[in-house]
Design a protein around this ligand. Structure first.
Ligand code: ADP
Ligand code: GN1
Ligand code: MG
Length: 390
């Protein structure tokens, strides 16, 4: 398919052989950008961000009122089968958060603003070009793939905590499940099993120790789902992808003020959100780091994250949520490691890869994070207790 070839060319941008595709891509991108209700003249459009799932571009427009930037995203239809559910959830969440910011929030917080198509729809669905949406670019903002320091960690957690607090009175039933059973670690084990059975990419032999690792940690892996199932932790409206690069910081004040990447907002446990925040933020190495001696959870970052999160979300939490809080990062690192391993076994069909074995390296790094968290479990519990007592 033409668009696939064009997208593939994006990664190898510079070679002369790709020029033809780059020109076409930019024409298609212009068509896409111009399908949305934006005033003025399009000045430029270029790739933006570094996510594993969607493709993100930034465009700049000039009009009578000045220069404005927009974010265009191609929604990954392989991952998000029902784009209508994704976009409805985002509309519900942003409306709710905007109301809460106005009523109770600090004035510096913002949320995403969907820019409709010229037909007034929340997204563009085109048989050749795919599914696209557009947001206003949040001005004066920056995000970090690797958290720069403990102060940013604390601020990221405080910002996610505020976001969850805004959502705390949204009936989770108002949200659909854009990816069914997304948070369910039990399902991730089932998917690993299925991948092993079919061994479609014939990679099973190489990952015996990773499989053994995953199986040996199963009881801890199921902790959050069991609590949800028994009803000992509540089902809430959650973000479900609170990576550190999904919080925007103000470039001047350095304060967190906007949570983005709302594709996976859905009913679930906030333990998943806290856990994912810690596993992505408190590990100051790349997600696919191959030198495992560099991969560990920073106790300092963990404490800062816990402090920031409790500060803004503590008043909404139940006793059981607090009890499980120090275990959540371990559950989520294990779960994500299993997801990377499964995708590696399936031949890299879900997470975007830029080199062979990247998903296996990502899996190994997550399992190394699990080991690091296991070694620091007592500290993680004591830090929560200490902060609550303070
Ligand atoms: P992905 O699902 O691929 O991670 P995101 O929605 O997180 O895509 O977008 C990628 C990056 O683009 C984010 O990490 C953030 O830095 C930036 N970004 C996304 N939306 C906006 C926006 N509306 N304003 C400013 N930056 C944004
Ligand atoms: C994906 O879209 P992105 O890159 O923020 C994934 C998350 C993983 C994350 C790991 C819909 O997030 O679940 O935790 O990669 N998103 C989806 O980096 O699967
Ligand atoms: Mg993202």
């Amino acid at each position: 398919m033409l668009w696939r070839r064009i997208s593939g060319a994006k990664a190898t941008f510079v070679t002369a052989a790709n020029t033809f595709f780059i020109v076409l891509m930019s024409l298609d991108l212009q068509t896409i950008a111009k399908s949305f209700a934006i005033e003025g003249a399009l000045q430029s459009i270029a790739p933006f961000g570094s996510g594993h799932i969607n493709e993100t571009y930034r465009s700049v427009w000039q009009s009578d009122v000045g220069t404005r930037a927009f974010i265009h995203q191609r929604i990954n239809h392989n991952v998000f089968k029902d784009v209508a559910v994704v976009m409805k959830n985002i509309a519900v969440v942003t409306r709710h958060v905007r109301q809460r910011i106005a009523q109770t929030g600090t004035s510096r917080d913002e949320t995403l603003t969907i820019v409709p198509t010229r037909e007034g729809k929340d997204y563009l669905a085109d048989p050749a070009l795919g599914f696209w949406r557009t947001y206003l670019q949040v001005e004066n903002s920056e995000s970090f793939d690797i958290c720069p320091d403990a102060a940013h960690a604390e601020e990221a957690a405080r910002t996610f905590g505020r976001f969850l607090a805004y959502l705390s009175d949204l009936n989770p039933g108002m949200l659909g499940e854009p990816i069914p059973r997304f948070q369910d670690t039990g399902l991730r084990y089932e998917q690993l099993e299925a991948a092993l059975q079919s061994d479609s990419a014939m990679r099973k032999e190489a990952v015996a120790s990773e499989i053994e690792f995953a199986i040996s940690r199963r009881p801890v892996g199921l902790l959050i789902m069991e609590a949800l199932r028994k009803g000992t932790v509540p089902l809430r409206a959650t973000h479900s992808d609170p990576k550190v690069n999904n919080v925007l910081f103000n470039t001047n004040t350095k304060r967190g003020f906007c949570v983005v990447d709302l594709d996976t907002c859905m009913p679930g446990s906030i333990l998943y959100d806290f856990g994912d925040l810690v596993r992505s933020t408190a590990v100051p190495s790349a997600e696919d780091e191959v030198d495992l001696s560099k991969v560990h959870m920073s106790a300092e970052y963990y404490s800062s994250l816990t402090k920031g999160f409790l500060e803004s979300f503590r008043s909404h939490m139940t006793a059981r949520e607090i009890e499980l809080l120090p275990f959540a990062p371990r559950v989520i690192a294990l779960t994500l490691g299993i997801r990377f391993l499964t995708d590696y076994l399936n031949g890299d069909v879900y997470f975007r890869v830029h080199r062979p074995q990247q998903n296996l390296d990502r899996c190994r790094a997550q399992f190394q994070i699990v080991r690091s968290m296991e070694a620091q479990q007592e500290y993680m519990q004591a830090a929560v207790a200490g902060l609550l007592a303070a």
